[in-house]
Ligand binder design. Structure first.
Ligand code: GLC
Length: 567
């Protein structure tokens, strides 16, 4: 093979081989599409996406070839953190419609053969939740973490914990006389007080919430920040806040707010509740727990069905990193019999079509791209993103897709400050622009109103950048070579060839800095990381991220091919 240098290849002798698991539950192999309700489709024209909008557009998702949708929160909420600040877990916010609209959406999804996961936010409530309001009034304070401050007059926070959104993790309240009183804990915004999961009343309240939605027919939950729920007793100081900030340092002991072992019995009870319902209900944890050997503890057979693979999401998309991260993934998840998931985008990270067009660091650690940031190279970014997704979709396990990536949508990188909504922006005085750039309403029909068919009125809670018009779905639907058609083709082929349930082994002659390849059953998936063409083995081109690539062609830089070896 041209340019093949045995000395420079990665050592695959100890790499895991993953065996095919045919005929398993849908969540082991399915493709789950994340709907961000605020920005998917707006049925009533008020500028905010809603459930009726989702229902009306579900057909296009079924046509895309996905298996399930996950809806980010649509519950009653003051929307201080885009709905991740819930004030009533068992009702729909009027912004998004009503419970009847939810039922209609669910029925339509099921009619189309799509499963529906909803977002459960158990670590914190909104400060407007009746539990917190009662706590402020002095009742059941032990639903939350209230503590007296340190210092002579209690003027210092109870410990040194920081908020993930910037600033301290504590806010002081006033007592009934209007005097400064106790402090309450919030690992996120001050409008998101952390619940006290050591309190059995909190635990049983959430079990009721699970049943409420399972009774309505949901297929499961995506669980927000589960690794934050249990706190070490007494809420001791973070031992290394200088180095770890609000987070933790991988490989070192977990600080008192992250992945405490007390969470596991809670998830075991949840899993038992899910399994007491008919059908394959599932829960996916947003467990930011690394290394993956630790994350795997969360997907033991009686806990979460799956977790997001943040290691993969954080990959810098080099062959060496991916080689290591994919090995780590199969090793960790196969050891507990759980599927690995694969994910490149969500509503918290820079869209990969922009992320791969510049140097923005780890996906989950980036601060967004603003008008003053170095701007991404749109063309290179999209080319790499298409190649990356085709590489991902050939892997066995479950895959996640975030709305708009099937259009190749870039981040909105020039959003003016006046439109910003993310609490990160406000808590850091604009230093971190935050996540609004990946949350902009979707363009459906080019030129249909100012928001390109997001609704009929052109209103939009975040304005689209000019360039979104060209990415509109109707401009790509049925157009050979478009990103939308590429995703459709890949998803249909993945289903037909049962790649999600398939096997995995590296192709030793394609594991070096310039090229990485694996086989899944009879399909070879190869990505070119280098600058030169890669000569391929003789085989039929089933799919290529480069439009027009034919059987017998070489593989161009940044491109992925799915090949079927000639018999
Ligand atoms: C999760 C959500 C994110 C939210 C945070 C706090 O990371 O994905 O959007 O801000 O939790 O709920």
């Amino acid at each position: 093979m041209a340019g093949f240098d045995l000395n420079a290849s990665f050592d695959v002798t100890n790499s895991p081989r993953h065996e095919a698991k045919l005929g398993n539950e849908w969540w082991r192999s399915g493709v789950i599409y994340q709907i961000y309700p605020r920005s998917f489709a707006d049925g009533n024209g008020d500028g905010m996406g809603d459930l009726a909008g989702i229902t009306s557009r579900l057909g296009s998702l079924a046509a895309l070839g996905i298996d399930a949708v996950w809806l980010s929160p649509f519950y009653r909420s003051p929307q201080k953190d885009a709905g991740y600040d819930v004030s009533d877990y068992c009702d729909v916010d009027p912004l998004f419609g009503s419970l009847a609209d939810f039922d209609a959406m669910l029925a339509e999804a099921h009619r189309l053969g799509l499963k529906v996961l909803i977002d459960l936010v158990p670590n914190h409530t909104s400060d407007q939740h009746k539990w917190f309001q009662a706590a402020l009034a002095g009742q059941n304070r032990d639903f939350y973490h209230f503590k007296p401050g340190r210092g002579d007059a209690g003027e210092l926070p109870p410990n040194n914990w920081l908020s993930l959104f910037g600033g301290p993790a504590w806010t002081r309240i006033q007592d009934e006389n209007g005097e400064p009183g106790e402090w309450y804990l919030h690992l996120f915004d001050s409008s998101q007080p952390d619940l006290n999961w050591a309190n059995p009343a909190v635990q049983s309240a959430f079990e009721e919430i699970l049943r409420f939605w399972l009774d309505r027919g949901v297929d499961g939950f995506r669980v927000d920040q589960p690794h934050a729920m249990a706190k070490a007793e007494g809420l001791p100081d973070h031992p290394d806040v200088e180095r770890a900030g609000a987070g933790f340092i991988e490989g070192e002991a977990a600080p008192p707010m992250w992945f405490q072992p007390e969470v596991h019995p809670i998830f075991r009870r949840w899993r038992a509740i899910l399994e007491s319902y008919p059908g394959d209900r599932a829960m996916c944890g947003e467990a930011y727990v690394l290394p993956l050997s630790l994350m795997a503890l969360w997907v033991r057979p009686d806990e979460f069905n799956q977790t997001f693979n943040f290691r993969f999401l954080d990959s810098d998309w080099s062959a060496a990193t991916l080689f290591a991260n994919i090995n780590e993934s199969f090793e960790a998840f196969d050891a507990v019999g759980a599927p690995s998931t694969w994910v490149l985008n969500n509503h918290d990270v820079i869209r990969h079509a922009s992320r791969f067009g510049g140097s923005y660091g780890r996906a989950t650690a980036s601060d967004g791209i603003g008008p003053k940031s170095p701007q991404p190279n749109a063309e290179a970014g999209l080319r790499k993103a298409r190649g990356a997704t085709m590489f991902m979709l050939g892997l066995p396990g479950a895959s996640y897709i975030y709305q708009g990536e099937e259009l190749g949508l870039p981040e909105h990188t020039t959003l003016a400050d006046e439109f910003r909504q993310d609490p990160t922006f406000f808590r850091t005085s604009g230093e971190r622009v935050g996540r609004d750039g990946c949350r902009v309403p979707l363009p459906w029909e080019a030129g249909a109103g100012d928001a390109n068919g997001f609704n009929q009125t052109g209103e939009a809670w975040l304005p689209q950048p000019e360039i979104y018009r060209a990415y509109s779905r109707d401009q790509q639907d049925g157009v050979a070579g478009s990103t939308l058609e590429l995703y459709k083709q890949a998803l249909h082929l993945r289903r037909e060839l049962r790649l999600g349930e398939g096997s995995f082994a590296w192709l030793p002659e394609f594991t070096r800095d310039e090229v990485l390849g694996y086989c899944n059953g009879e399909v070879l998936v190869i990505h070119n990381f280098g600058n030169a063409q890669v000569t391929l083995p003789a085989g039929e081109v089933l799919l290529s991220s480069l439009h027009g690539m034919q059987t017998g062609h070489n593989l161009a830089p940044d491109q992925t091919v799915w090949l079927k070896l000639r018999a």
